[in-house]
Design a protein around this ligand. Sequence first.
Ligand SMILES: [Zn+2]
Length: 132
Amino acid sequence: MSFEAPVSLRTVLQDVATSGITLIVDEGSEPDGYDAWQSTIWGGSGGGTGISVPLGVSLQEQLVAVADQIQEIVIEELWYSGHSASWPECPIHGGHPLKPVIAGPDAMWECPSDHTKLFMIGELPQEPPGAP
Ligand SMILES: [Zn+2]
């Protein structure tokens, strides 16, 4: 069995790249009786956060579960580095982060205010370099 990061985690990390935050993912640990891939994620603030990727569920459920955990880490890292702590920020309203949800066969980032499904998880648009 390989302990490398599951596809779902790698997909969410593509979105993290749009935040300007770099996260380091430890080598995964043996599931050890749990039906989940577990590891620790490290950010620039020096803190390590445990992550658990459920394996016995559909890919979109996995993506939402992972996005939820990673979102929290990115927001903490942004806050630590003094940036706006909304990530991914809602492009319609601004000022609040999007929420990972299951939308039919897809896993998407949704506006929690009007429930517009905005982006597929893993396909957040890259901010233009130098954007505030
Ligand atoms: Zn919104």
